[in-house]
Design a protein. Structure first.
Ligand code: HEM
Ligand SMILES: Nc1ncnc2c1ncn2[C@@H]1O[C@H](COP(=O)(O)OP(=O)(O)OP(=O)(O)O)[C@@H](O)[C@H]1O
Ligand SMILES: Nc1ncnc2c1ncn2[C@@H]1O[C@H](COP(=O)(O)OP(=O)(O)OP(=O)(O)O)[C@@H](O)[C@H]1O
Ligand SMILES: [Mg+2]
Ligand SMILES: [Mg+2]
Lengths: 243, 208, 218, 50, 218, 208
């Protein structure tokens, strides 16, 4: 059976219905384990103190913020090339999740910045790129909201996603050129202190997997919702056509 | 050039509206579309004109042959009647722009209004200008969506004459209308092509 | 094609065509800035290149809803789509007309407004050059946004939300050129990047805009 | 559990993030249920009047 | 009257109502400023109050074309004019709805954006207070402008031109309060002036707007 | 309450359109306006409804008595049928809002559509909703401008019944229409009130 059969909405709904409890459960367990481990059972870092615990929220959410956009890009391309409704709707479903992940990364970073850099916000390239990414999410979501006809909306938003991705990358370079940064890169990364790296990195990996699973669960569930919404619209439109 | 439509299905808002429509229009002939409000006349005309993709079926002989006149006339209120026509003639790349424009003005009795801004025309005069536009495109197939809306009787007659002339000189036309135009042409009632409602639980890729 | 450009220019210059409104908006924004940040000339001089760029960008932005929406409303766009011109050429001409009627006057008047903001002497040349190089990108990107929102009522604010993030790279490099020019620093790198963005946008985006328009027309 | 002088910082990040995450999940599920119900209503209506 | 306010709020929050777009625009403008003037935090801190005020003002401005034009287009305004409510009450409610849906969120979010621009610590309180006092004037003045341009197609830019000069006094005193607050200076005088402008606009302009609307309706 | 119009002249775009119109409508009676396109029916109705000032003449008994239904229905596409009606009922300050709304819904057979957003209504359904609006205002004089546009025959009949009921319960109505509504009422043809074109050299303050 081909992978594309899951692109049939009914097939997708029945399959996702079956796996969703499992994914929700796994996501909840992994995220909880990771966060509890990270929060209660890790030592303080010698230079960051207890603030190092923020990393267990900050890095996974930052990762998912970027990955969500990649997923939307992929889904948009699939929609443009193969015109499977489910993929367009999955992109729609992922956008708010990605936007919230971006907000979490921004907020945790900003709060972390206060003790570390002495400022809530710095126009550091990485932070700035994230802010721009957030704007792209907003525009994408707003376009979906604004357009009545679902297929037109799918087409337009996927083209916006393509063009937006190119400009997001361009913005990243522009921002790098515009200001050199403060943000921890690999140089200040925890991996340098090899003896304590594992202490932090193991729960961090668990958190990353947890966030990824959570993202998966949310997107699967929301895609189901979008499929139902789409069907609802189609039924209403048909009633109108007949009545 | 014959326009051949085979087994065409058209959709509106992703819903199939008409299906299995077939016809051919040979030069010198007019096809008149009939059917109640909302049956899908406008949708069919837009599909044939190439403004939206066909859901199924094929359209042959339409490429670069069609001049389309829609509900809206595409006139700029601040340009004069003549300037509006001239613009469309240039866009369609006809050679003898001035000559064609003055011919079209004469056809629809617009000469006295030639230098008036389109904003100052009455609804019927605007419509006449919108129809005159067809003449300056140089295209053989005229597709018209309710061309006689807001025209008075004498203008309707005039319009029928212009179309008749166009047909005699080897053109063809496809007209959706509710009234009798006094044109010789094949009539096509779309009622029988209405897409039958599908089973509700046929929940496939297109959601219906 | 030339006919289309000519008509758009003609329409812009006739009464109600909106020519000059963008210019006036630019002027007002620039005038408001000293009211808002205070009148110290040394501060104004420092932010002058940036303010001029933002003002020009906003003026471009706010005139975008006329680029395609008017033609959409009166049905011209349907008719143009059935004309022998490819839709790509049509949107390119539309961007062109927007640039000539909106952006070019902004470029021309920007040195004058620079005076109001105490732009340092060396900055004028680079300000004009950067705007000259950057505004075509603004027009083309803006046309893409206008094509996306063409069917929406009162889509102006949404248009802004879609277009402004796309303007970020152009703004960064453009303002950087103007700023460095004003400070007497080397401008080659950002200038090259700016030119690159403009060229790439001009080459690629009309296809995206035409695709979007085709979707909106159906 | 000792967070030292950074207790506020760390706790507030956790509070905000968890609130956002839980809010997202709750919103997602509520909206899903609502739309599920509406769709069922419309499907039934469709079956009644053909 | 409450019904009218309630409906406008309801419409704004439903899909396509445009709630949040003004907010997004404000956010974007504030983000663009550092791109344009450079990232030095000391410079940003100095211009922060002014930038926030201009951003809020522009966001208010750009959402004005929804205040009356939508009701005009679908005929509601005609029907409202024949209702037992006086037109003065109607425009007041419209301003109110605009303030609640557009200006209030701006006020609430402004401290957050202040963080982005390194607004000095003491400035936040006065920024919020000045916006809280000044935005009602912006909404009322804006409604007047919207009433003037209600019948025009794509009147957005013209509306800006009409309204922006009227915004000048509010902007001057509002930004002055925020600036002095941020610098730790006394704010009483401009604060009083700001409050005075708001109160006077609220008291007088609804009558002017209603008169203008009456003329446009006939 | 009797509506009395005496020697009324109305203008459109500063040009006098109709002059010397007089009539009275007593409770229980309907006045039906007739006349060709562009004669000034809409202008007259708007003047009587108080939306524009009269050029000359007087209107008595209209103050706060009139519910006006124009070409446009004033519906918000994102509000449901019921919410739209409720809004107008509240604006007109009637007391028993819920009861009136459900009555109006029943009058125009809109119950099944009560919770649908107005955007999803067809043109005819929208029109019915626009007319149902009159019922919830609690006003005695209904002024309607071509109320039956885009209604099908059965809806037109229903509409006539509703108006008849309104008249019987002591209301009155003023209707501009081109078709026969099957309503008992006085007819008024406006053609004879058309303002004669004035002398061009009558160059006074109004330039005409
Ligand atoms: C609003 C502000 C911030 C944003 C948007 C942000 C964003 C990011 C992003 C996108 C990553 C990348 C994840 C990756 O590349 O794998 C990251 C990693 C990280 N951030 Fe932040 N950050 C912010 C503030 C901060 C602050 C204030 C600190 C601490 C002083 C911090 C510490 C870290 C660390 C330690 C990592 C992991 C780096 C690594 O090992 O690669 N961040 N952040
Ligand atoms: N935006 C839309 N979304 C979904 N369906 C629509 C939309 N616009 C129209 N329809 C439906 O599509 C069908 C076909 O409409 P179309 O405009 O082609 O009809 P028509 O035959 O031209 O009618 P008329 O005689 O009134 O012009 C109608 O039933 C209409 O309700
Ligand atoms: N904006 C305008 N400016 C100047 N004159 C106008 C304007 N709109 C309409 N007119 C003219 O005013 C006259 C009266 O118009 P009105 O709308 O009252 O006619 P009507 O009898 O309602 O027509 P219909 O039957 O088409 O609705 C018409 O001759 C028309 O040409
Ligand atoms: Mg039609
Ligand atoms: Mg009328």
């Amino acid at each position: 059976m081909s992978f594309w059969e899951y692109a049939n909405p009914r097939k997708f709904l029945t399959t996702s219905e079956r796996v969703l409890p499992l994914v929700w459960g796994l996501a909840a367990i992994t995220t909880l384990v990771g966060l509890v481990w990270g929060f209660f059972f890790t030592p303080d870092d010698f230079r960051m103190g207890s603030t190092v615990k923020i990393i267990f929220l900050h890095v996974p959410s930052a990762l998912m913020a970027i990955n969500a956009w990649f997923m939307m890009l992929l889904a948009s391309i699939i929609w443009i090339v193969r015109r499977h409704h489910v993929s367009a709707l999955a992109a729609k479903a992922a956008a708010p999740v990605g936007a919230i992940m971006t907000v979490i990364a921004l907020v945790t970073g900003a709060i972390w910045g206060q003790p570390m850099w002495g400022t809530w916000w710095e126009w550091d390239p990485r932070l700035t790129s994230f802010l721009v990414l957030f704007l792209f999410y907003l525009g994408y979501i707003a376009l979906w909201e604004a357009i009545e006809d679902p297929d037109t909306a799918a087409d337009l938003t996927s083209i916006l996603c393509l063009v937006g991705s190119v400009f997001a990358v361009l913005s990243r370079y522009a921002v790098l050129f515009w200001n050199q940064g403060l943000h921890q890169g690999a140089s200040l990364s925890l991996d340098k202190e090899e003896n304590i790296a594992d202490v932090f990195s193991n729960p961090l990996y668990v958190c990353m997997v947890g966030f990824a699973l959570l993202f998966l669960a949310l997107v699967l569930y929301r895609t189901g919702t979008e499929i139902r919404l789409r069907r609802m619209k189609a039924l209403i439109a048909r009633e109108r056509l007949e009545g | 050039m014959t326009l051949t439509v085979t087994d065409l299905s058209v959709t509106r808002g992703a819903l199939p509206v008409l299906s299995g429509v077939s016809f051919a229009i040979v030069p010198g002939e007019a096809l008149i579309l009939r059917g109640p409000n909302g049956i899908g006349k406008t949708t069919l005309l837009r599909t044939v004109a190439g403004l939206q993709p066909a859901y199924a079926g094929s359209i042959a002989g339409a490429e670069d042959q069609i001049a389309y006149a829609a509900h809206a006339d595409g006139l700029k209120p601040t340009l004069s009647t003549r300037e509006n026509l001239k613009f469309w003639a240039q866009i369609f790349g006809v050679k003898d722009v001035t000559h064609r424009v003055s011919e079209a003005l004469a056809d629809f009795d617009l000469e006295t209004l030639a230098d008036r801004p389109a904003a100052n025309l009455s609804a019927g005069q605007k419509r006449r200008l919108g129809l005159a536009r067809l003449g300056v495109t140089g295209r053989p197939i005229w597709i018209m969506d309710e061309p006689t809306v807001s025209l008075d009787t004498s203008s309707v007659q005039r319009f029928a004459e212009v179309v008749q002339n166009h047909l005699q000189s080897g053109g063809s036309a496809m007209i959706a209308t509710h009234i009798d135009l006094g044109l010789s042409g094949t009539e096509l009632d779309l009622t029988s092509y209405k897409t039958a409602p599908q089973q509700l639980d046929d929940f496939d890729g297109a959601f219906l | 094609m030339i006919a289309l450009l000519y008509r758009d220019l003609q329409l812009a210059f006739r009464a109600g065509g909106g020519f000059g409104l963008g210019l006036a908006f630019f002027l007002i924004v620039v005038v408001l800035v000293p009211f808002a940040v205070g009148p110290q000339s040394e501060l104004l001089a420092r932010i002058a290149p940036g303010v001029l760029w933002i003002g020009a960008l906003l003026a471009c932005l706010l005139s975008l809803d006329r680029v395609l929406a008017l033609d959409w409303e009166d049905g011209s766009l349907d008719l143009l789509a059935t004309a022998p011109l490819p839709l790509e050429a049509i949107v390119t001409m539309k961007s062109c007309a927007h640039w000539i009627t909106t952006a070019l006057p902004l470029v021309v008047i920007s040195p004058l407004l620079g005076v109001l903001l105490h732009l340092p002497g060396g900055g004028y040349l680079w300000l004009v050059i950067s705007l000259l190089l950057g505004t075509p990108a603004l027009s083309v990107i803006g046309t893409f946004g206008a094509a996306l929102t063409v069917g929406l009522k009162r889509g102006g604010l949404l248009l802004s939300l879609l277009v402004l993030p796309l303007y970020v790279p152009t703004l960064i490099f453009g303002a950087e050129v103007a700023r460095r020019g004003a400070a007497g620093l080397a401008v080659e790198t950002p200038l090259l990047m700016l030119a690159g963005i403009s060229a790439a946008s001009l080459a690629v985006l009309p296809f995206a805009s035409a695709a979007v328009l085709r979707i909106n027309l159906r | 559990m000792e967070l030292g002088k950074y207790a506020d910082t760390v706790l507030s990040t956790y509070a905000v993030s968890l609130a956002l995450l839980i809010g997202l999940v709750v919103w997602t599920i509520l909206r899903g249920q609502k739309i599920r119900k509406e769709l069922r209503k419309i499907e039934e209506r469709g079956h009644i009047d053909g």
